[in-house]
Design a protein around this ligand. Structure first.
Ligand code: SAH
Length: 357
């Protein structure tokens, strides 16, 4: 059977070096061979762990955030609840359980899941089958109507282009083949240099800049959708609030960093999310932007400490330690609290949303 590595090697041998974006797309998402397309990578026995898998409080608070945003938007019935890259369905299961505080929300909700992974779709079916979700490969097939859209650690998996400053100016980084092995290379200058943003103009030789056109067009499309049809999208991911110079592409396997070119299709590949660029693209489409704020500030404003105290009051000794530990991982600035940011793209009339100052 062909692997993502074989496929890339054949493609490079046939038509020359590929961009980092094409490398990432094939390694992660190519049908039948990509990392996400073929496995469930989550959890202690897998490659990495995410906030909803760390603590039920994460999904619960996002569920309450959704109920609040839906009410602020006039409680439309029906409305779409969309999750992008739902993983094992844990966040959504916790969110919908918390949303029971508003039975009308659960009557009005139509659940849509955007997911390319067959194994993860199966896990989502198991967790969320009772809500009769519909699955999509991307956002283009979503029906019309007001929508709440949630994506946790989704944007970081979208393909980025990398550029490197040289004495001769910017060059796009690519991947070539040498003696049957993948190697880094610089591509000849071309129109793709137009992807670089104003924030990247001042760089020193050897410095790297990253641009994620897939995330920018997604943000633009969601912004336009919010203006036309209403409610809001919530993105949680790691990255910086302001655009910055620097390479952040990383490969992770079994909870350890590894060489991205050595583990093609068998390791997770991610890059930091440029929240300023995402906000800019959605704002240009007419949407209102909230954030980005640090995950700790968002979760504390939504009441994670109160929720933890309530859960602890009902828990046994061992569970109490796990609840405290889970909360610390989510909000401690040395863990996920400040590296992770939260950004909302909303209808222009939604002047306030919970969790954002
Ligand atoms: N949100 C989950 C999973 C994060 S991992 C959690 O927090 O636990 C990234 C998720 O996005 C996985 O479900 C993966 O299969 C999905 N995914 C990655 N690239 C995708 C793409 N291009 N389109 C749709 N889903 C994608």
């Amino acid at each position: 059977m062909t692997s993502a590595l074989d496929l890339l090697k054949r493609r490079i041998a046939a038509s020359g070096p590929v961009t980092v974006a094409e490398f990432m797309r094939v390694a992660l998402a190519e049908r039948g061979v990509g990392y996400y397309a073929t496995r469930d990578p989550l959890g202690a026995a897998g490659d990495f762990i995410t906030a909803p898998e760390i603590s039920q409080m994460f999904g619960e608070l996002i569920g309450l955030w959704c109920v609040d945003a839906w009410e602020r938007a006039g409680a439309p019935d029906p409305f779409l609840l969309v999750e992008l890259g739902p993983g094992r369905g844990t966040l959504m299961a916790d969110a919908l359980r918390a949303a029971k505080v508003r039975p009308a929300f659960l009557t009005a909700v139509r659940l849509h899941l955007v997911e390319i992974s067959r194994p993860l779709r199966a896990a989502q079916e198991q967790r969320l089958g009772g809500f009769h979700p519909l699955w999509h490969d991307d956002l283009t097939t979503l029906p019309e109507g007001p929508a709440l859209i949630v994506g946790n650690e989704f944007l970081d998996a979208l393909p980025i282009h990398q550029f490197q400053m040289t004495e001769q100016g910017w060059r796009e980084r690519g991947i070539d083949l040498s003696n049957e092995a993948l190697i880094w290379t610089l591509l000849p200058p071309g129109p793709q240099l137009g992807l670089l943003q104003a924030a990247h103009k001042r760089a020193k030789p050897s410095e790297i800049a990253e641009v994620c056109p897939a995330a920018l067009s997604l943000a633009g499309a969601i912004g336009a959708r919010m203006v036309e049809e209403g409610i809001a999208a919530l993105f949680i991911d790691y990255g910086s609030a302001a655009s910055a110079i620097g390479g952040s592409l990383q490969a992770v396997k079994a909870h350890q960093f590894c060489d991205p070119l050595a583990e093609v299709g068998t390791a997770d590949l991610t890059a930091h999310v440029d929240f300023a660029a995402i906000a800019g693209a959605a704002r240009e489409a007419g949407a209102r932007i909230h954030g980005a704020v640090a995950q700790a500030a968002f979760l504390e404003t939504l009441g994670i400490r109160t929720r933890a105290a309530l859960l602890s009051a009902k828990a046994g000794e061992g569970d109490r330690a796990a609840i405290a530990q889970g909360m610390a991982r989510l909000i401690d600035p040395r863990q996920m609290g400040s590296l992770f940011k939260v950004l909302a793209i909303a209808h222009p009339d939604l002047q306030e949303l919970a969790g954002f100052p």
